[in-house]
Each structure stands twice: as C-alpha cells, then as structure tokens.
Design a protein around this ligand. Structure first.
Ligand code: LLP
Length: 438
C-alpha cells in the first residue's frame, strides 16, 4: 500500500522541473501558465485551483499527429477519462481529435463539447444493453469489445435497432507493461480484454453474428509506461494475429494500440512521442502496405498531464520532532494519485523569491486520513500563505476528485497565451447536498 512505500528526500530544482513542460515557466520569479501569472490566477479565483494551458494541450496532441504522419488513416482518440472538462474536450475536438470513452457519461460529454460520434471508440468492460443502444443511436465509430458475451449482446441490440455495429476486439496480449500494478491492464491476471489465446475463436464467433461489422483489433496494456518495448512486443503479437485473421478471411481496417505512454512527473525518463512512433512505424507501415490497416491510438495522460497544475495554498506549518508537516488547502479529495498509487508528483513554489531556509516537509491536506498526503520528504522553503504548484496534475487530477470530508471541488481554469477563463466553477457547499433529502 501507498503508506508502506519509502519516500527518499527529494530536492527538486523548480526551474529544471518546468524546463520540459510546454507553456509553463517562471517569469521574474513567478510561475506562469501559458503566459498567465499564477499570482493573478490565485487572486482572481482562489485556491485550490486546477489550471490548464490550452497551448500545451494542443502541442501535446499535435506531437502525436506529427509523429505518425507517415501513416495514412491515423485517429488520435484522446482518452476522455484523463481530463473530461468540456473546454478541454472542445479544444481537442476543434483540433481534429477523436475520443476514447469508457461510459455513456463520457460520450455525452464528448457530444456536448462538439465532438463527433463517428470519431469515438468505446472501451470498457461492463457495457449494458442500454449503453450499447445509446452508443449505436449516437453513431459511434467503434466498440472496443472486452468479452465474448459482449459481442453477443452488441449483436442482439444492433439487430433490434436495425443497425450494424462496428467492433474491434480488445485482445489482452499478456505483456508486462512494467508499471504500477493498479494501472497495468495487459496481463492475464487483469480483468481487461479477451485473452490472446482465445482471440481467433472470438473473431470467428463475431463473424457469424448478425448486425456486426468487424473493423479492428484493439488493446490497452497499461498506463504511465516509460519504456517502449512492451508496446513493440504487443504490436509484434498483433501482427501475427492479423496475418492469421486475414488468412481465414477476416479482414480488419485498423489496429488500436491504446494509450499508456508515460510522462515525467519528477525523475522518470519516459520515451518521447516521436521515439514511441519511430519504434512502431516500421511494423505499422508494413501492415498498412499489406492490409491497408489504419491506426487508432488512445493517449490520455500524455496529452493532458503536463498541460495542467494544481495550485494550493500553505495554510499551516507544523514542524514536529519527527517530521515537518505543511498543511495545504488541497488534499487527497482534490488529487488522489499520491494516496492511491504512491505517485510521486512534483511540488514547486509559485514564487522563487522566498528566502526562508529550506527544510524537509511532508505536504499534506486536512482530510482525516493518514493517507492524505500530496508529497513526502520534499526539500522546500515554505512560509504560511505561500502558493505551491503540483505539476503533472492535468491528467487524473480533477476527474478523480471527490467530495470526501464534504469539500467542494476546485474551480478549473483554462489559460491561453496571456488570457484566462473559468471552465468550471468552484463548487459551493449547496452543490454538495443537492439531491439529498432529510
Ligand atoms: N484506453 C483505455 C482503454 C484505458 O483504460 C486508458 C486508461 C487509456 C486509454 C488512457 O491511458 P493513458 O494514455 O492515460 O495512460 N488513474 C490512473 C491511470 C488509470 C488509467 C486507466 N486507463 C493514474 O492516475 O495514474
């Protein structure tokens, strides 16, 4: 569990932390997001506050488009779960992105934000008949099917509606993604996908069902992968399956390699998007040439994480004989990754002019749980009233926030080259008991 993890003392150099973050920098000692001062932001909107850079988001998306442009028919389907704010989705929809969804709620968000249903792929292990009907009626691009029983259900629902359902089978390749066990999804032990050994049988089964059009093969092997090899191994396994499928008369239009490419939070050294593309392109080009296969990808974190920060105010400093605690106004309710996975995220000052003697601090919230920490053993110069920034918070930050301890969720702000606008209001206390009855 997270609390058993050892956290060595970590001293981060703030300017080095932001050096490779697009559109986040220090200007005259103050942290700026997309050319907006964090001081202006906290004075205008308060803390805790999620802040996103529109231009970072677009640059991260564009890196995928450019890195894979040697291929035809590439669909970058942004994983909505990583950050589903309507403004984020609208920004990406306008740039041409498709979307990977895992619920009808996410489909509704995509449509509300102006995304096109035909550019949506629908993953997820527990689709119900109602979910399937809603997605079919909306005209989604593809169901990523996770089980044989799901193929049957999709066929039944589509037949009833007089529609044809495009499907790709999510094959679990049994490849070790070498990431945190909670976010590893491509091993035999994981609940996801149809096992590699049963893949051909599942395709044969699908081929004989009415109202089904087989269009692809899909996987998602895990998240925050820093190495490329597991992706390459998966594609190798898929290439063999694709040969077998075409040989028995089952043709596909695309291969979907899921999301999962990691980002740097502190000291990781993840492969870049272009390195990832260069490792996969030879095989993908070969599949394109031989079978005309297009490519779908489902990146989430790689597009949204480093486009966002969480700003939080230092409320209380509590040095003890054993440890120093800095109690901030964000907590596990607003950002659960450290508590849930033991994630190590960078915490940096928004004002570099502070000359207090640096000390080692645990950065904690005020939620009544010992797992409520945002960072442990960080060397920082802190004073009450300082604002800290947690970087990499654009993905799996706000979307995983809760109201635990009856805490209103933060506002979200989108910055765009010197301008800022609120894209989600801070919740009020009244919001928190809306729909409740005494
Ligand atoms: N496609 C599917 C089917 C997925 O399940 C996921 C993420 C993605 C794409 C996007 O993966 P990404 O590119 O973001 O790695 N809450 C965890 C991450 C859970 C990821 C779940 N699936 C975290 O905070 O680290």
């Amino acid at each position: 569990m997270a609390n058993d993890i050892e956290y060595p003392i970590l001293t981060l150099e703030p300017t080095a932390c932001v050096a490779d973050l697009p559109f986040i920098d220090y200007q005259n000692n103050t942290l700026f997001i997309d050319n907006v001062s964090t001081k202006t932001l906290t004075q205008t909107y308060g803390t805790p506050l999620y802040v996103y850079s529109k231009n970072a988001l677009l640059a991260n998306y564009q890196a995928y488009v450019e890195s894979f442009n040697a291929l035809n028919d590439v669909h970058i389907c942004y994983a909505v779960k990583s950050n589903s704010n309507l403004a984020i989705l609208a920004t990406l929809a306008n740039a041409g992105a498709g979307f990977d969804i895992v619920s009808i709620g996410e489909l509704a968000r995509v449509l509300k934000a102006g995304g096109q249903a035909q550019k949506v792929v629908y993953s997820g292990v527990g689709k119900t008949a109602d979910d399937i009907a809603t997605a079919l009626n909306a005209g989604i691009g593809c169901f990523n099917v996770e089980a044989i029983s799901e193929i049957k259900l999709i066929s039944e629902v589509a037949t009833k509606l007089g529609k044809v359902a495009p499907i790709a089978l999510r094959i679990n390749p049994d490849v070790d993604a070498k990431t945190h066990p909670y976010i590893s999804t491509g091993l035999k032990d994981n609940k996801f996908g149809i096992s590699h050994d049963n893949a051909i049988e599942a395709y044969r089964f699908a081929k004989n069902l009415p109202s089904i059009e087989i269009v692809g093969i899909d996987c998602h092997i895990g998240s925050q992968l820093t190495q490329i090899q597991p992706f390459v191994d998966t594609l190798d396994k898929f290439a063999k399956l694709i040969d077998e499928l075409f040989a028995i008369g089952i043709s596909l239009r695309h291969v979907d390699l899921g999301g999962g490419l990691g980002v740097r939070y502190t000291n990781e050294n993840p492969a870049s998007v272009s390195e990832y593309a260069n490792a996969l392109l030879p095989k993908l080009l070969d599949l394109q040439e031989r079978y005309g296969l297009g490519l779908h990808l489902e990146p989430g974190r790689n597009i949204s994480a480093n486009a966002g920060v969480l700003l939080t105010n230092v409320d209380v400093l509590k040095p003890t004989e054993h440890k120093n605690f800095a109690i901030v106004d964000a907590s596990m309710s607003e950002l659960i990754r450290p508590a849930l996975y033991g994630s190590v995220m960078a915490v940096i000052p928004t004002d570099l002019a502070n000359d207090t003697t640096p000390q080692v601090w645990d950065i904690v919230g005020s939620v009544c749980e010992s797992s409520d920490f945002l960072a442990k053993n960080r060397t920082l110069s802190l004073q009450v009233g300082d604002t800290l920034a947690i970087t990499g918070a654009g993905a799996y930050g706000f979307v995983m926030a809760s109201n635990y301890n009856t805490r209103p969720r933060p506002a979200e702000i989108l910055c765009d080259n010197g301008t800022h606008r609120i894209v989600r209001e801070r919740e009020t206390l009244e919001c928190l008991w809306q729909g409740e009855h005494i």
